[in-house]
Design a protein around this ligand. Structure first.
Ligand SMILES: NC(=O)c1ccc[n+]([C@@H]2O[C@H](COP(=O)([O-])OP(=O)(O)OC[C@H]3O[C@@H](n4cnc5c(N)ncnc54)[C@H](O)[C@@H]3O)[C@@H](O)[C@H]2O)c1
Ligand SMILES: [Fe+2]
Length: 370
């Protein structure tokens, strides 16, 4: 059984200048990023590399159509791909580094085509996805009306570089949704049947850093996060290492149809499903790994384990309010449609559930959160 696999070399730089001095992005390199991240942090460094700004190719998280347009604009002839951005930019950059990504749909259907022939260096600018250390890229597949992960060893970067300076400009909402995503990664991976002592080391440490930070924010306000951004960044990478090995599960699986159909940001759609899945797990089985995890999290928050999810909701609501699913536009008829989609498209994730959830249970979770 796999205990822990980490492919990218993990590097840490206090500033973008230190990073650029080491990696020397140049004219043979392609940088996928956002203009509002590139200009303030790299604009003055006089780098000659080619830049593509993701926001010029569509709003929101990656879709198959956005990818096709960026692939076209990126052209050919570069030796390394740098992805500098949130999960959206990083997930696209990973696929741009592949040998042939001219047909994204074919890569989903034929994993043997997921081969890389360019260098890949990833710098996260949010504190959530952990994508810099995972071998997954997630796209909304517009015709299927869901999101799906493309996986393969070739999607591991050569280098994941943590540069806390890059998070100085993160908007409050993006901070909130991405850090909640990191929390869900740490929790789902720690409850996964694939969790090992080593993946839990990363997942539990991530939770310690995230929950302590959330508590400070709930007591002192959003500004109080500023000195903690380095911790949040590190925690999201730890959670990425944990879920990159042990997997994510039902929270992610059930959030994908919502995210894809109603354009809800990944972290927010996870948050909308999170408590429903956790309460369902506890109804079915309240001992074992979930009891151990709940006790640990309650200890950090300082509340009795049986009140954990109520206390956690109060804390997280100071980052973003949790909304019922109908407030995102979901219709009652979607409960059946989404449940069918989860069963049809998300078996990779459902296999990592703490306890098995059948279709009736999935419907119940959607109904409970509706
Ligand atoms: N591959 C994986 O392992 C993995 C894991 C979890 C989530 N994801 C995917 O990641 C995506 C979500 O990524 P995300 O939560 O990081 O958000 P994001 O990348 O979609 O970014 C949200 C917004 O914030 C902006 N932004 C990001 N960093 C900024 C900064 N420092 N300053 C100013 N603006 C900034 C972005 O330009 C964007 O407009 C989803 O598509 C999700 O499915 C991937
Ligand atoms: Fe996620």
């Amino acid at each position: 059984m796999n205990e822990l696999f980490i492919k990218p070399e993990l590097q840490y730089f206090k500033t973008c200048k230190e990073f650029a001095d080491e990696f020397k992005p140049g004219k043979d390199d392609l940088v996928l990023t956002n203009q509002y991240i590139w200009e303030p942090f790299f604009g003055k460094l006089g780098l000659e590399c080619r830049t593509v700004f993701q926001e010029n190719f569509g709003k929101g998280e990656p879709t198959d159509e956005m990818f096709a347009a960026i692939y076209e604009a990126a052209g050919k002839g570069f030796k390394r791909v740098f992805g500098i951005g949130g999960g959206t930019v990083i997930d696209i950059a990973k696929v741009l580094a592949l040998k042939d990504a001219s047909d994204l749909g074919a890569l989903y259907d034929r994993p043997e085509l997921v081969l890389r022939d360019k260098g890949l260096v990833l710098l996260p600018t949010t504190c959530g996805t952990g994508s810099e250390v995972t071998n997954i890229s997630i796209f909304a597949l517009l015709k299927k009306n869901t999101k799906k992960g493309l996986t393969g060893k070739a999607l591991f970067a050569d280098y994941a570089c943590l540069v806390p300076e890059l998070l100085q400009t993160i908007p409050d909402y993006v901070f909130a949704t991405s850090s909640i995503d990191a929390m869900v990664h740490a929790i789902e991976s720690s409850l996964s049947p694939k969790a090992t002592g080593t993946t839990k080391l990363f997942g539990y440490k991530a939770l310690d850093m995230l929950l302590r930070g959330f508590k400070v924010i709930s007591e002192k306000g959003m500004e109080a996060r500023k000195p903690l951004m380095g911790d949040f960044l590190m925690a999201s990478t730890y959670a990425g290492i944990a879920f990159g090995n042990a997997g994510c599960a039902a929270v992610h699986a059930l959030s994908y149809p919502l995210g894809a159909a109603y354009h809800v940001a990944h972290g927010e759609s996870n948050y909308a499903m999170f408590f429903g899945v956790m309460h369902s797990y506890l109804e079915i089985k309240s001992d074992g790994a979930i009891a151990e995890l709940n006790k640990y999290m309650a200890g950090i928050i300082g509340c009795p384990p049986e009140k954990l999810y109520d206390c956690l909701e109060k804390i997280l609501n100071s980052l973003i309010p949790r909304k019922p699913l109908r407030e995102y536009g979901m219709k009652e008829a979607d409960i059946d449609i989404f449940s069918d989609s989860v069963i049809a498209n998300q078996q990779r994730l459902l296999a990592n559930n703490f306890v098995a959830l059948d279709k009736d249970r999935i419907k119940k979770i959607y109904r409970d959160m509706y």
